[in-house]
Design a protein around this ligand. Structure first.
Ligand code: CUA
Length: 305
């Protein structure tokens, strides 16, 4: 469940604790105010004790807010300091926000860049620092179960630290309105045991798989003709206008930044009708292509594990 109150890592736990403390503080104040209101309404006027307005304002309007808000602020600052601690040693993962998808890049120790999109793999049980920036407008990175929110701002780099206690899939969502398809700007964080993560990363380094049959081969040719301008497939070509890297698209769980499940049917639908599925996105609909060409492209992409 995508919820701040269901923390699955130490950073999310800090955020959940802050939420509960703030909620408890607000509840105490609410009950106090309600008690005073009930007292004013139901206590017989001749029995009512009315403090002087000056005392009431000084105590309830000045002293109480200063004490309670300062206490909550102090606690918040203290608790949040731990959220800023960068991970001791971790993968270099860069996230670039785009309208409306997430460019995810892993920088290898030798400097090579491995690009994927809308899916972030991390080793479970390890603290990971993500570098966040934006290509166009302000987006906000939010995986409620693993961390707080952090904005992706054009022209600057922010950081967020997160950790998943155990392996699992955690849904994330852009949390800053960024245009028509803001709601379809989701992603998944997949936490895996270290060996599985290492194997995944090693596989991501490899170039795209060769087509296995005639249909996929046709698909690769059609892909090179129609799609390479925007989508890099390592081993085939590099995009000029970078859209999501599709080198290993079949290994990902979703299409269109969490819009559709990743399967053959949806791949074909997304290629042919992206502008009805995700209107305004950078990807044009390719409904003018012949059905068997679309099928071939979908079959080719379906093999790119
Ligand atoms: Cu990106 Cu909302």
């Amino acid at each position: 469940m995508q919820s701040t109150l269901n923390p699955q890592g130490p950073h999310a736990r800090i955020v959940a604790n802050i939420s509960w403390v703030m909620f408890s503080g607000a509840t105490v104040i609410f009950l106090l105010v309600m008690a005073l209101a009930l007292y004013a309404i139901y206590r017989r006027p001749d029995k009512r004790r009315t403090p002087s307005p000056t005392v009431l304002i000084a105590a309830g309007g000045v002293a109480l807010p200063i004490v309670s808000l300062s206490a909550l602020l102090g606690y918040g600052l203290y608790a949040m300091a731990a959220l800023r601690q960068p991970a001791a040693e971790s993968a270099h993962i860069e996230i670039v926000g785009n309208r409306w998808w997430w460019d995810v890049r892993y920088r290898d120790t030798d400097g090579t860049l491995i690009a994927t999109a809308n899916e972030i793999r991390i080793p479970a049980g390890k603290s990971v620092t993500l570098r966040l920036s934006s290509k166009d407008v302000i987006h906000s990175f939010w995986v409620p179960n693993l961390a707080g929110k952090m904005d992706l701002i054009p022209g600057r780099t922010n950081h967020i630290v997160l950790q998943a206690d155990r392996p699992g899939v955690f849904r994330g969502q852009c949390a800053e309105f960024c245009g028509a398809q803001h709601a379809r700007m989701a992603f998944h964080v997949i936490a895996e045991p270290q060996p599985a993560y290492d194997a995944w990363l090693a596989h991501q380094r490899t170039a795209a798989q060769q087509p296995r049959d005639a249909l996929a081969l046709r698909g690769r040719t059609a892909f090179a003709a129609h799609c390479l301008a925007c989508h890099t497939v390592r081993g085939i070509g590099t995009a000029h206008v970078p859209g999501p890297d599709l080198t290993h698209i079949a290994s990902r769980t979703a299409l269109g930044a969490g819009t559709l499940d990743n399967n053959q049917e949806n791949l074909l639908a997304f290629i042919a009708h992206s502008q009805s599925i995700k209107p305004g996105s950078g990807m044009p609909s390719f409904a003018h292509l012949e059905q068997d060409t679309l099928q071939a492209i979908a079959a080719y992409l379906g093999e790119l594990r």
